[in-house]
Ligand binder design. Structure first.
Ligand SMILES: C[S@@+](CC[C@H](N)C(=O)[O-])C[C@H]1O[C@@H](n2cnc3c(N)ncnc32)[C@H](O)[C@@H]1O
Length: 215
């Protein structure tokens, strides 16, 4: 499968290459506050890094100003999670905490996770031009790029700055108008989607259902 859903095994850490780490830091003004799914091989070096087995990034707090996410692309059978859970939290952190969030993910525009948490939620997308994006795999640049197309997605308020920093890496498209008109997926079945609100955002508690206490 080539839409970024089954192409990567989860026993390898496909870490962000230097050129994107530098651009992300430039975009955030040097500091990445949170990397919720870090690795011992990562060169992201966020101020707070969640790493298994100590900290599950899908249950710990995302209440940080700047967040960068390069999630596992394959399903985690042990925890019953997928990339959709990570994108859900990206959208959630921006809506709930006004976090500025960047995520590096496979282009998969026909999936429910793009339709629910990218379209109508994110500000902009950079469709990366890399023919084969060279992740750092388990600490090594293997000179072998990833087979799928990737995008940098931005949930935040500064689309102009996103364009300025990321347009050198690919085609930057603003999807901000979709958030303004409360974009509804053609697949949406329930009223939450009609309102443009994911179910977890309609709850009155200060934390999302998966999160632990704020750090
Ligand atoms: C694609 S790698 C990215 C590493 C790093 N963020 C980077 O970009 O260089 C994804 C990492 O997330 C870790 N991971 C997977 N599920 C996780 C979870 N629930 N909580 C925290 N980390 C997780 C994996 O072990 C893997 O090291």
């Amino acid at each position: 499968m080539t839409a970024g859903r089954n192409v990567i095994t989860i026993n390898k850490d496909w870490c962000t290459p230097r050129k994107y780490v530098d651009a992300i830091k430039e975009f955030f003004g040097k500091q990445i506050d949170l990397d919720p799914c870090s690795s011992k091989y990562s060169i992201v070096k966020a101020r707070i890094e969640y790493q298994l087995p100590q900290t599950d990034g899908l249950t710990a707090s995302w209440n940080y100003r700047t967040i960068y996410v390069n999630p596992p692309y394959g399903a985690d059978k042990e925890r019953g999670t997928t990339i959709k859970d990570w994108l859900k939290l990206c959208a959630y952190a921006h809506e709930k905490y006004r976090s500025e969030v960047l995520a590096l993910v496979p282009v998969a525009t026909n999936t429910s996770h793009w339709k629910e948490y990218v379209f109508g939620k994110a500000n902009s997308i950079c469709f990366l031009a890399d023919t084969r994006l060279r992740f750092i795999i388990n600490g090594n640049d293997l000179n072998k790029g990833a087979p799928m197309a990737c995008a940098m997605i931005y949930w935040g308020r500064n689309g102009g700055r996103f364009y300025d920093v990321f347009s050198r890496f690919g085609a930057v498209v603003s999807i901000r108008r979709l958030t303004k008109k409360k974009w509804k997926s053609p697949d949406a079945k329930n009223s939450d989607s009609e309102l443009g609100l994911a179910p977890y955002l309609r709850e009155s508690t200060s934390h999302h259902p998966l999160a632990g206490p704020d750090l």
